[in-house]
Design a protein around this ligand. Structure first.
Ligand SMILES: [Zn+2]
Length: 106
């Protein structure tokens, strides 16, 4: 697959090393450069954007430190919300619905 694209040449995810699964070419910009993208098994995606002639990450690898920090922060929020719900003065059935089906029960 490496010869298919002109600007992107990763054979595996640069963060976790997972496999390249898809390469695509897009339309040609007025500057003569063509859009390109690569997708990897872990979900990491990047693309060459001819309008600024640069590479942009469009989906970050789940093993990237930014994604791991985001998951840790979300886990902390989830735990705090679980504790609020646990202490709430509502019956167990309503707690179950709020926890499992969302905030439309408020
Ligand atoms: Zn990855």
């Amino acid at each position: 697959m490496a010869d298919f694209l002109h600007h992107l040449n990763q054979m595996s995810c640069p963060i976790c090393g997972s496999e390249l699964i898809k390469e695509e070419k897009g339309s040609i910009h007025s500057n003569g450069h063509r859009e390109e993208s690569q997708s990897f098994e872990c979900g990491f995606k990047h693309r060459y954007e001819p309008s600024f002639m640069g590479i942009r990450v469009t989906e970050q690898c789940p093993q990237h430190v930014s994604q791991m920090e985001k998951r840790q922060k979300l886990e902390a929020v989830k735990n705090a919300l679980d504790e609020v719900l646990r202490l709430a003065d509502i019956d167990e059935e309503l707690k179950y619905k709020v926890k499992n089906y969302g905030w439309q029960y408020i």
